[in-house]
Design a protein around this ligand. Structure first.
Ligand code: NAP
Length: 315
C-alpha cells in the first residue's frame, strides 16, 4: 500500500474518535483502525452521566454518545477501517501498521487502543467466562432475568452496573474487598437505597465452579476473619451470574519495547507525545490520574493537534 496517511489512529474509543475529529478538521488525511465496535468500554456502558452535555435520560447511553462521536469524526473526513492490528513499526518518518487485512503507512500515529477489564483473579475463572461470568452488564444482563447475580468491586463501575443489573436480576450482591465503597457518594446513595442490592463486605472470590459447565458455585473468603462461604446456585436456577468490575488493564502489548511505559501504561508529556517522534498516545492506555470519557476526548484532541504541528515542522 503506497498511500502515506498524515495520521493513523489506533482505536475508535472516545480518545481515538476525538483525535479523528480534530485531525479531520485540520484537513489531515486520517485513518482510524478499530478491530471491534466503536467506543471501547463506553460502548458497553449503560449510563454516562458525567460527560459534559450528556444528560442521562431514556434516550441517552454510552452507545448513543459514541454513535454521535463516530458520525462527527466521519463528517470531517476521517477514514475508517475495521481490522485487527498485529504489529507496529513506529520509528522513522514513515510508520507502518500491519493488520490482519493489510498494511497502512502514516507520518504520525496516535495510540488509542484503550484498556480492558481486569479479570476477577479467582481459581477456574477462565472456564466460566461467558457461562456465568461476565464483564459487561449492558451486554449480558438479560441472560440473568430473575436470577441471582453477584458483582465484584466497589468503584463507580461496580456500583452503577449493579444498579443496572437490578432491572433484570432477582437480587444483586456486591462483593467488595473492603468495608467501604470507593464509588462516588452520589452513586453509593442510590445503591444503598436500592432494596434489591445486598453487600458482602471485606470479601474476595477465591474460586468458582459448576458441574454442568455453567457457573453454579463459588467460594468467597472474608479477608478479615479468613472464613470461607460457599455460595451455590438456587436448585431451580442452576446458575448464577458473577460480574467483575475491578478496574482495567491497558491494551498496550503491541507497543511493548517500542515506546516508554510504566506498569504497561504509556508515558507521554502534556502534549501526548511519547518518547518516539511522531508517535502520540491518548486515552486510558496512558499514564494519567483520571481515566474518564472527558479526559480521553481531551487527550485525543491534543494528540491530533500535536500531530498536525509535528507534520508542519517536519515537511
Ligand atoms: P476503580 O475506580 O479502579 O475501582 C476498582 C474497584 O475494584 C475498587 O473498589 C477496588 O477496591 C476493586 N478492586 C481492584 N482490584 C481488585 C482485586 N484484585 N480484587 C478485588 N477487588 C479489586 O475502577 P472502576 O469502578 O472501573 O472505575 C474506573 C474509572 O472510571 C474511575 O476513575 C471511575 O471514577 C470512572 N468511572 C466513572 C463513572 C461515573 O462517573 N459515572 C462510571 C464508571 C467508571 P478498593 O476500593 O479496595 O481499591
Amino acid at each position: 500500500m503506497d498511500k502515506v496517511y498524515d495520521v493513523i489512529i489506533l482505536g475508535a474509543g472516545p480518545a481515538g474518535l476525538a483525535a479523528g475529529l480534530y485531525a479531520g478538521r485540520s484537513r489531515l488525511s486520517t485513518l482510524i483502525i478499530e478491530k471491534g465496535q466503536d467506543g471501547g468500554q463506553i460502548a458497553i456502558t449503560n449510563e454516562i452521566e458525567n460527560y459534559p452535555g450528556q444528560i442521562v435520560d431514556e434516550e441517552e447511553s454510552g452507545p448513543s454518545l459514541i454513535a454521535r462521536m463516530t458520525a462527527q469524526a466521519e463528517k470531517f473526513g476521517a477514514e475508517r477501517v475495521s481490522d485487527t492490528i498485529t504489529a507496529v513499526e513506529l520509528e522513522g518518518p514513515v510508520k507502518k501498521i500491519t493488520c490482519t487485512g493489510g498494511e497502512y503507512q502514516g507520518k504520525t500515529v496516535i495510540l488509542a487502543t484503550g484498556a480492558h477489564s481486569r479479570p476477577i483473579g479467582c481459581e477456574n475463572e477462565g472456564q466460566f467466562v461467558g457461562k456465568g461470568i461476565s464483564f459487561c452488564a449492558t451486554c449480558d444482563a438479560n441472560f440473568f432475568e430473575d436470577l441471582e447475580v453477584y458483582v465484584v468491586g466497589g468503584g463507580d463501575s461496580a456500583v452503577e452496573e449493579a444498579m443496572y443489573l437490578t432491572n433484570y436480576a432477582r437480587k444483586v450482591t456486591i462483593i467488595h474487598r473492603r468495608d467501604e465503597l470507593r464509588a462516588a457518594k452520589s452513586i453509593q446513595e442510590k445503591a444503598f437505597a436500592n432494596d434489591k442490592i445486598d453487600f458482602m463486605w471485606d470479601s474476595v472470590v477465591e474460586s468458582v465452579g459448576g458441574d454442568e459447565g455453567v457457573l453454579a458455585t463459588m467460594n468467597v473468603r472474608n479477608v478479615k476473619t479468613g472464613e470461607v462461604t460457599t455460595i451455590e446456585a438456587d436448585e431451580d436456577d442452576g446458575i448464577f451470574g458473577l460480574f467483575g468490575f475491578i478496574g482495567f488493564l491497558p491494551n498496550t502489548e503491541l507497543f511493548e519495547g517500542k515506546v516508554d511505559m510504566e506498569n504497561s501504561y504509556i508515558v507521554t508529556d502534556d502534549n501526548m507525545k511519547t518518547n518516539v517522534p511522531g508517535v502520540f498516545a491518548a486515552g486510558d492506555l496512558r499514564k494519567k490520574s483520571l481515566r474518564q470519557v472527558v479526559t480521553a476526548a481531551a487527550d485525543g484532541a491534543i494528540a491530533a493537534t500535536q500531530a498536525y504541528k509535528y507534520i508542519e515542522e517536519n515537511e
